[in-house]
Ligand binder design. Structure first.
Ligand code: FA5
Length: 345
C-alpha cells in the first residue's frame, strides 16, 4: 500500500471512529489515537516520509496536512454537538452555587401612584374609600343627578352608550363621571358621610394634551350637620397643599353642575408656565375638579332632612393631578405604555 493510500485509510477510519465518540473522554482518546504527536496513526504513517523522493514527499506532505486540518475541524464540530446535546438533555450536573436569573422588578403605574396619594390625603382627613360600577345606569349617571332625559345639561358629557335596549331606550352607559356614586352612597347611608370614590370614567371625546377618552376620577362627598362653603373650600385647599405643596396657587371659580348649588371648578396654576399661559394650560390654570355644595333637592330625594344636613361634593381628574405633580406635558403619554416614559416614575 502506498503512503497516500495509507493516509486515505487513516482518514476513513478516523471519521468513522469520531462518529462513535459520545463524550469528552472518548473524544480525547480519539485525538490521541489519530492525531497524537507521539503515537498517533497519522504521525506513525509519516515516519516513512524521509524515504520518499522529493516530488512524492511534497504530495504526501500536502495531503497529510489537509487530512490533519480537516480531522481537527471535525473534532471541534463533534465536541460542540456533544456539548449541546448534554446541555439539552440536562445530564450536566446542576451547579447550585450559580447566581439565579434576576427578575425585573415592576412598579405601580404613575396614575395608580397618584391615585394612592390622593386617597391617602383624604383618608388622613377622615374620609372613607368606596367603589362603584364602571358600567352604570342612566338613572344614576344622569337622572338622579337632576339631569333628566332631553335636558341640555346632558351635552356637558359626551356619552358612550351600551348596546342594550329596554322599552326602546338605552338605559346603560360607560359612566361619564364618578358622581353617580354620590347617589349610590346616599341611598345606602345616613349622615354623617365623608367618602371618596375612585374609578375609571369614559367619554366620547377627541383627545388632546389634557383630555383622554378614558380617565380616572375621585369623587368626594361630605354630608353632615353644619357643613358650609367654608368647610368645602378649607378641605380642598388642604388637599391641594398636601399634594402640591404650599406654594401652588389654587383657584375657585363659579361653574354649573345640575347637582350642586353653588357650583365651582377648581384649578391649580400651571406647572409648565407658572401661570403665564401656554399650549398645555391655555390661560395659566389647569382645572383639576368640578365641585360644589350638594343640591338641596338631591338631599331631599335621598330622604334627608335638608334643613338639618348640608354637604359638598367634588369630582377630581387624577390624570390632571398627575400632570401637575410630575410635570408631564401630555396626558396621552400615560396610556401609551412606553416603558421609557413609565420607568421614570
Ligand atoms: C364632572 O365630571 C363632575 N361630575 C364633577 C363634579 C362632581 C361636580 C361633584 C360637582 C360635584 P367635569 O366634566 O368637569 O365634571 O370633570 C371633572 C374633572 O375630571 C375635570 O376637572 C378634569 O380634571 C377631569 N376630566 C374631565 N374630562 C376629562 C378628560 N377627557 N380627560 C382627562 N380628565 C378629564
Amino acid at each position: 500500500m502506498s503512503l497516500i493510500e495509507e493516509l486515505a485509510r487513516i482518514e476513513k477510519d478516523a471519521r468513522g471512529a469520531l462518529l462513535g465518540a459520545a463524550d469528552e473522554a472518548a473524544l480525547e482518546d480519539w485525538r490521541v489515537a489519530f492525531l497524537g504527536r507521539r503515537r498517533g496513526r497519522l504521525t506513525d504513517a509519516l515516519a516513512a516520509l524521509p524515504t520518499l523522493d522529493i516530488a512524492e514527499r511534497r504530495t504526501v506532505g500536502a495531503e497529510s496536512n489537509r487530512i490533519k486540518n480537516e480531522l481537527e475541524a471535525a473534532l471541534e464540530q463533534r465536541r460542540a454537538e456533544i456539548r449541546e446535546r448534554t446541555h439539552k438533555s440536562g445530564d450536566q450536573p446542576i451547579d447550585v452555587t450559580l447566581p439565579g436569573r434576576p427578575l425585573p422588578a415592576g412598579r405601580l403605574h404613575p396614575i395608580t401612584q397618584t391615585l394612592n396619594e390622593i386617597l391617602e390625603a383624604f383618608r388622613q382627613m377622615g374620609f372613607q374609600v368606596a367603589e362603584g360600577p364602571e358600567i352604570e345606569w342612566d338613572y344614576y349617571n344622569f337622572e338622579m343627578l337632576r339631569i333628566p332625559k332631553y335636558h341640555p345639561a346632558r351635552d356637558m358629557w359626551d356619552t358612550l352608550w351600551m348596546d342594550y335596549e329596554r322599552d326602546g331606550e338605552r338605559p346603560m352607559l360607560l359612566r361619564t363621571h364618578t358622581s353617580p356614586n354620590q347617589i349610590r352612597i346616599m341611598e345606602q347611608t345616613e349622615p354623617p358621610i365623608r367618602v371618596v370614590v375612585p374609578g375609571r370614567c369614559y367619554r366620547y371625546e377627541a383627545t388632546d394634551a389634557t383630555h383622554e377618552w378614558m380617565m380616572t376620577q375621585v369623587e368626594g362627598l361630605a354630608v353632615d350637620e353644619g357643613i358650609s362653603l367654608a368647610e368645602f373650600k378649607g378641605t380642598l385647599y388642604e388637599f391641594a397643599r398636601r399634594l402640591f405643596g404650599k406654594d401652588r396657587k389654587v383657584r375657585f371659580r363659579c361653574d354649573y353642575f345640575p347637582f350642586v348649588e353653588p357650583g365651582a371648578d377648581v384649578s391649580v396654576d400651571c406647572f409648565l408656565c407658572d401661570g403665564k399661559g401656554c399650549r398645555v394650560c391655555g390661560d395659566g390654570w389647569i382645572e383639576i375638579m368640578g365641585a360644589g355644595m350638594v343640591h338641596r333637592e338631591i338631599l331631599e330625594n335621598m330622604g334627608y332632612d335638608a334643613d338639618r344636613y348640608t354637604g359638598f361634593a367634588f369630582g377630581m381628574g387624577v390624570e390632571r393631578v398627575a400632570l401637575n405633580r410630575h410635570n408631564v406635558e401630555d396626558i396621552r403619554l400615560f396610556y401609551q405604555n412606553d416603558l421609557r416614559f413609565l420607568r421614570q416614575f
